[in-house]
Write a protein that binds this ligand. Structure first.
Ligand SMILES: [Zn+2]
Length: 483
């Protein structure tokens, strides 16, 4: 999902408030965490009684005992557990001018020290400016990966997209995306198959990963052959387990070739839910998932989005609502075009469709399909909350059948490896970037302690529990007074 608010370039200024700099309890000094249990989320091993020295944003030393400089900020780790900072691999933090002011602290409060933005309304130059400020320490926030160069057919599903209707346009678009310095090319739903194939080919030549939606007129096996590296949302995986996948795609392609109305296009897409439920096949699914796993197509499931469609919305008095600016809460309360677009049939089948997605998700995990924990949080996506929704997504993974370690792996180990980050791989080791979360209980026994970290270290900067609380109360105050 993504928002509809259009922002002129002139509107986006550097007027961001970096209030967090003034928060006491955040330190630029060297940090030493003593007597802590380090959790390895790849193996499940726990190394007790370790001391971790952090210098200049990096993990400098790890040893049972070590001499730390006098000036280092000391953190008691006895009885506590250290894990790598979390990643949310699908968010939108640039859908309004002020969104980062709320989003960045909310991520840190939840131990999320990295986010991948998958579609923005800010110009890339302004996104990069904020990214640079976070990296330099001028602003406090999670590491930002800018992967929102989304490409769609005209007129575009959202404002501000790159548009391509021919293979030539697709190639030109990739050249522009590469020049502008995005981290990926994101394909979107309405691309025609020849345009999509050219986009995939051009992305490969530009050295950029193709991630995003598998277009509605392209099958999942075709996307695998084209070299798509990342897939956003989960529905297309369930659809690929239907014996009628090709038939559904051909039906839509034929209709669109005849230039039927947009209404008819949406009706054909809406009819897919019933067909998928009727034709989903376990044996076929096993085969498809094995192919996906072998191709290392990384999936960002965003299962938590189902809560929006089911109407599982938090009440106005829920604590998380109190952290969201009044104008955003107001917008979330208005009729939503996505809900209004649901047919009665889709609504009636929603619970069954979601259950089938979850069943397929567990099969995908067991087949070895790489998963990147993702929330789709954005002010433009009602009731999907920066920070909170990623932890909700992880809770869902556990509810569906993953162990807490397996769930955490999708938010810590898998993302930096998929992104190819040189200084981060989801392990806590000397030389790595110091993005860490200190917890009061062992997260391998359950994810509850993630809801209230003892401390968060973002790019080497310590944010203790008092500072985290202060960031939350600051957001609460601003959310009340905003107009
Ligand atoms: Zn999204």
């Amino acid at each position: 999902m993504m928002g509809v608010e259009r922002l002129g370039r002139g509107l986006v200024t550097t007027l961001l408030l970096f209030i967090c700099l003034a928060v006491p309890g955040t330190a630029f000094a060297d940090v030493v965490i003593e007597n802590v249990s380090i959790v390895d989320l790849e193996t499940g091993a726990v190394a007790d009684q370790q001391t971790v020295l952090i210098e200049g944003g990096r993990i400098a030393r790890i040893a049972p005992r070590l001499e730390a400089p006098e000036t280092a900020e000391r953190v008691e780790g006895e009885g506590r557990f250290l894990i790598p900072g979390l990643w949310d691999s699908h968010v939108h933090i640039f859908s309004s001018r002020s969104e980062p002011e709320t989003a960045l602290p909310l991520y840190l409060i939840h131990g999320i020290t990295g986010v991948r933005d998958m579609g923005a309304l800010w110009p890339i130059a302004d996104q990069k400016e904020l990214q640079a400020k976070i990296e330099s320490g001028e602003a406090l926030g999670p590491r930002l990966l800018l992967a929102g160069a989304w490409v769609d057919a005209r007129p575009g599903s959202w404002p501000g997209m790159f548009l391509a209707d021919t293979p030539d346009e697709a190639r030109e678009t990739v050249t522009q995306i590469a020049e502008e310095g995005w981290a990926a090319v994101k394909s979107y739903s309405m691309l025609a198959k020849p345009t999509y194939l050219a986009l995939a080919d051009a992305a490969k030549h530009a050295g950029l990963p193709l991630v995003g939606h598998i277009p509605e007129r392209v099958s999942l096996p075709t996307a695998l052959v084209a070299g798509q590296r990342g897939m956003e949302h989960f529905g297309r995986m369930t659809m690929a387990c239907s014996k009628a996948e090709n038939q559904m795609i051909e039906e839509l392609r034929a209709a669109m070739d005849l230039e039927v109305s947009l209404q008819e296009v949406f009706a054909i897409m809406a009819s897919r839910n019933r067909i998928i439920l009727d034709t989903w096949d376990e044996t076929l699914c096993e085969r498809v998932l094995q192919r996906v796993a072998a191709a290392r197509l990384h999936v960002s499931p965003t299962l938590v989005v189902a809560n929006f469609y089911l109407g599982n919305w938090p009440p106005a008095e829920a604590p998380r609502m109190k952290l969201i600016p009044a104008e955003v809460r107001e917008a979330w309360g208005k009729p939503d075009f996505r809900l209004e677009a649901m047919t009665d049939e889709v609504r009636a089948l929603a619970e069954k469709s979601i259950a089938l997605d979850r069943k397929t998700f567990l099969m995908a995990h067991r087949a070895g399909v790489p998963i990147l924990a993702s929330s789709d949080a954005s002010f433009a996506n009602p009731f999907l909350f920066h920070g909170f929704s990623l932890l909700d997504e992880l809770d869902l993974y556990v509810e569906i059948g993953l162990t807490p370690r397996e769930a955490l792996y999708t938010a810590t180990v898998a993302p930096p490896r998929f992104f190819g980050l040189a200084d981060q791989d989801g392990t806590i080791a000397e030389g790595r970037r110091a993005d860490l979360v200190l917890l009061d209980a062992n997260p391998l026994d359950g994810l509850a302690p993630l809801r209230k970290p003892r401390a968060v270290i973002a790019n080497g900067r310590l944010i203790d529990s008092d500072a985290l609380s202060m960031m939350a109360s600051d957001l609460r105050e601003k959310a009340q007074t905003s107009n």
